[in-house]
Structure formats: structure tokens, C-alpha cells
Design a protein. Structure first.
Ligand SMILES: CC(C)(COP(=O)(O)OP(=O)(O)OC[C@H]1O[C@@H](n2cnc3c(N)ncnc32)[C@H](O)[C@@H]1OP(=O)(O)O)[C@@H](O)C(=O)NCCC(=O)NCCS
Length: 187
């Protein structure tokens, strides 16, 4: 009996070590102007566009760069580069201010070879911790394509719950979205 319990405790310890190790692997840092080249690549990736905005219109690089500068300088919204192994940039996480209690989260792991390794889940967790514990928000909201099962699962891993479907009849690129949210102080 004790031998079995011992093995079980050992497995739990190993699992905790693995989670701690993974968490230290992921870092969020504020974006800076020199990150633009990564964002430009992701913003032009049709596969990523299809999973996010759905807007395939051509936009000149100069205009995209202006938009990026605006994101870097924003005092209201918070944009982070997702880093692995301290300095490799793999994606973007945004916390957009809605009101003093509520922010909207968006994530793109732009480097697809990093998908499906639990890193998106860890980055979302870090973003939610940042929003609740450093920025003082009480609710984090998001919109996701209802068929984006990978993203929905990653959000659920961090505690997001489904709120319902919202229709965007005026936007042919995004006709409907699943709304989800997580509360700081769960009832
Ligand atoms: C969405 C995204 C951030 C998730 O990050 P990730 O590192 O790939 O995801 P994770 O490995 O942390 O978790 C994915 C989960 O989805 C599950 N999954 C993967 N493909 C799936 C599918 N087709 N159907 C159901 N579940 C799926 C995985 O098993 C995993 O669940 P688990 O932790 O219970 O095993 C990342 O894939 C991404 O940036 N995608 C493109 C942009 C995007 O869709 N952004 C979200 C827009 S709202």
C-alpha cells in the first residue's frame, strides 16, 4: 500500500516539476518596435488570418508598421511578446482595456511548430495572472471562432467558461463568435 502511495506521490512530484519547468520556459514581455518583423510575418499568414480576424485585404507594410507603433506606445492596452527559452519570440498576447474591471484577451502563437505543446495554455495563464494580479482587472473576456477547438480548449484549460454565441451580421469575415470569460473571484 505504502509502496503504491510512494509511487503515486513520486508521479505527482514529477508532474509538478514538469509544470514548473514549463512555466519558467514561457515569458511575457512588453512588445518593442524591433519586434515588428515577427508580427508582419504573422499578420500576412493566411492560415493565422483565417483563425483570427478573417480579414484578407491587402494592407501596405508602412500602414501595418504605423499600427504596430501605436500598439507599442499604447497606455490603455497591453501587448506582450510570448518568449520561450528567454528570448525566442513565438507569439503575441494582448490585453485590451474594456473598462476598469474588464479586459479582452487575444493570443496568437505565430510560430506554428510550437502549437500543441501546452505553451499557448501557459501563455494565456500568464496573461490572466498579469491582468488580475498586476493590472487589477476582475474579468477577462474573449471572442473566438466557434470551430477553433484548439483555442477553445486552451482557454478552458485556464478556467474560461462559455458565455454564448454573438452574431456579427455586418461582418462577413466574422459572422459569429463564441464569447468566453473568466472571473478573478469565482462565485
Ligand atoms: C490557440 C493557440 C494559442 C493554442 O496554443 P497551443 O500551444 O497550440 O495550445 P495548447 O497546446 O496549450 O492546448 C491546446 C489544447 O487543444 C487540444 N486540441 C488541439 N487540437 C484540437 C482539436 N482539433 N480539437 C480539440 N482539441 C484540440 C489539445 O489537446 C490541447 O488540450 P489539452 O491541454 O487538454 O491536451 C495556438 O494554437 C494559436 O495561436 N493558434 C492560432 C491563432 C489562434 O487560433 N488564436 C486564438 C484566436 S481567439
Amino acid at each position: 500500500m505504502f509502496a503504491v502511495l510512494g509511487e503515486f506521490q513520486y508521479l505527482v512530484l514529477c508532474l509538478n516539476d514538469k509544470i514548473n519547468y514549463m512555466q519558467t520556459k514561457i515569458k511575457l514581455r512588453k512588445i518593442k518596435e524591433s519586434d515588428f518583423k515577427y508580427f508582419l510575418k504573422w499578420w500576412k499568414d493566411k492560415g493565422l488570418i483565417a483563425l483570427t480576424s478573417g480579414v484578407f485585404n491587402y494592407i501596405p507594410d508602412e500602414k501595418l508598421q504605423k499600427g504596430f507603433k501605436y500598439m507599442v506606445e499604447s497606455k490603455k492596452d497591453h501587448h506582450y511578446a510570448i518568449l520561450v527559452s528567454e528570448k525566442k519570440i513565438i507569439g503575441h498576447l494582448a490585453l485590451s482595456h474594456i473598462n476598469k474591471n474588464k479586459a479582452e484577451i487575444q493570443i496568437v502563437v505565430g510560430e506554428k511548430e510550437y502549437w500543441g505543446k501546452g505553451l499557448g495554455t501557459l501563455a494565456i495563464k500568464k496573461g490572466v495572472d498579469e491582468a488580475f494580479n498586476r493590472l487589477g482587472y476582475k474579468e477577462i473576456y474573449l471572442e473566438v471562432r466557434p470551430n477553433n477547438q484548439r483555442a477553445i480548449k486552451a482557454y478552458q484549460n485556464v478556467g474560461f467558461k462559455r458565455l454564448g454565441i454573438k452574431e456579427y451580421p455586418s461582418n462577413p469575415n466574422l459572422p459569429k463568435v463564441l464569447m468566453m470569460s473568466v472571473l478573478k473571484d469565482k462565485p
